[in-house]
Every structure is written in C-alpha cells, then in structure tokens.
Design a protein. Structure first.
Length: 78
C-alpha cells in the first residue's frame, strides 16, 4: 500500500494532508480518473462489444436508464 501511495503522490495524483495519514485527490488526479473512465466507456467497452457480440448483456431497465444518462452527459459535454 505504501508503495502504491508513494507512486501516486510522486506523479501528482494525490497529496498528503498535513499532520495526518490521509490523502486527497488533486485536480490532476481527478482529470486523469475522468479521462480513463471516459476512454473505457467510449472506446474500450464498445470496441469489445463489437469484437465479441456473443457476450452482449441482456437489455434491462437499469441498463437502459444508465444508457439514457450517458447520452445526456454526452450531450452536455458537446
């Protein structure tokens, strides 16, 4: 754990709170997290779905609600 925290701190993704054993995520850390989340959602997941059509998930109400939410977020971004 110490090794992983040290690596994140040295890359500027987290910073240590003074006089405690806690860490806070930096602005750069949030941006990196959002970048990788969006990259997975927009590139990797659809690419895998196209490459492996037999493994597609069954349509369910919760999935359609999340798809609608993702569409609204994409519309707000553009």
């Amino acid at each position: 754990m110490t090794y992983q925290l040290r690596r994140l701190r040295l890359h500027g993704l987290i910073e240590r709170t003074p006089n405690s054993f806690r860490y806070c995520v930096t602005d750069l850390g949030w941006r990196v997290a959002l970048f990788f989340t969006r990259t997975y959602s927009r590139l990797l997941r659809p690419g895998l779905a196209a490459a492996l059509p037999a493994l597609r998930a069954i349509t369910r109400p919760l999935r359609s609600a999340f798809d609608a939410l993702a569409a609204k977020i994409d519309a707000m971004i553009t």
